[in-house]
Design a protein around this ligand. Sequence first.
Ligand code: ATP
Ligand code: MG
Length: 386
Amino acid sequence: MATIKDALYVLRTLKKNKYEAYFVGGCVRDYLMRKDSNDIDITTNANPYDVMKLFKAKPTGLQYGTVSIPKEGYSIEITTYRKDGVYLDNRHPEEVIPVVTVEEDVQRRDFTINGLVMNDVLQISDFVGGKDDIKNKIIRAIGNPDERFKEDALRILRAVYFQSKLGFQIEKDTRQSMADNRLLLNNIAKERILNETLKVLREPHQLKALKTLDTTLISEVLPGLSKGIKYIVDTQKDPLFIDSFFSLCFSLNGSVPSEWKFSNIARNKYEKVVELVNQKRELTNLDLYTYGLEISILSNKVSFLLGYSAFQKSSLEKRFETLPVKSAMDLKLRASDLLNLIPKKQGAWVQKYLDEMVLLVLEEKLDNTYDALKAYVLKKEASHEK
Ligand code: ATP
Ligand code: MG
C-alpha cells in the first residue's frame, strides 16, 4: 500500500529541476476518498530520460513514456504528458504523442474519477468533472464513451472493476456504450481478460459488479460465465471467493472453457469440481481420498450454493482427518509385499490390487493393518486357485 506523502519528494525534485509534475489517477481519487492506494502515478512534462537522471527509476514502459521507482510493496510510476495516437486493435495506440499541458494529458485517461491531478501542496486541478463524480459516486468515461471503449475495449472491464472496488454507479451513457461495445472484448488478449476479471472479483462490491455484467450482457462475452453470473446475482447476498465463483459458473456451464488462461493448478481444480458437482450426490470417503480435502470442500460449497446439498465443510474436514488411508502410501501393505505374497511377474495387476484394497479400507470393509491385508490377499489367491 502506498500514500501520497511517500512520493511527494518526486514532485518536489521534478519541480526544483524546472519541470511540471502532478499526482494523477487512482492515487488522487484515493486521497479524496481517504483510502490507501495500490501504487502512485505521476504525470510530468519531463521526458523519461530526464526522469531517469534524477531518480533511480527503471524504464518499465518507455514506449508509453513510463519509468518506475520500485518501493517496498508498491511503485511510483512516472509518465510523460502524452496523448494517444490511433488505436487499431481495440487495445493499444499505434503511437503516443507528447503534449505540452497536463490538461491535454488527462483527456486520454479512462474515467473522470481517474482524471484528477494534484500538485506538491495537495491542490487538486479538475479538468474533467472528476471531483463531482467522486462526490456523487459516478463512473463516467472522459469524452465520448463510444470512442473511448472502441479505442481500448479493456476499459469496459475496468469500469466494472471500479464499480466493484468503489461501489459507484456507472453513468447511463457510459453504461449503454459498454453494453453496445461489449463484443470488442473478444479482440483483447485472454490473459488481460482473466486479469481484469480477477480484479473485479477481488473487490468488496463484487455483487453489484456482477449485476452490471449480467444486465449489460457483457457476461456473455466472458466464456462460460453468463449462467453462473445470473445465478449468483439472483441468489446471493454476499460476494463469493474466486474459486467458488469460477467453480460455480463452470459447473453450471458443464465444463471449463479453454479460453481462460488459468494456471494448470487452478484449471485442474475447477475441472475436478465440475466433475464432482455434476454427479449431484453426496461425497463418499473414496471422493475425499481421490480428490483430496480442498476440492471436496470446494465442490460441497458449490453444491450447497446450487441447492444440491447441505453445507458440510466441518464434517468433511473431520471425515478426511479420520480416513483410514489418505494416500496410496498409507496402505500398510506395499507393492513389494504383494510381489512377495503372489508369485507373479510385476505388472498392471499390482496397482489394481492395491486400489481394490484401498477402496475396501475406505469403505471400512477391511482393516488397514499388514496382517488383515495379507490375510485378504491370501484368501483371495486361495479362492482363485480352487
Ligand atoms: P487502482 O486502484 O486499481 O490502482 P488506478 O486508477 O490507479 O486504480 P491504474 O490501472 O493503476 O488504475 O492506472 C493508473 C491511471 O492510468 C488511471 O487512473 C487512469 O488515469 C490511467 N489509465 C490506466 N489504464 C487506462 C486505460 N486503459 N485507458 C485510459 N487510461 C488508463
Ligand atoms: Mg493504480
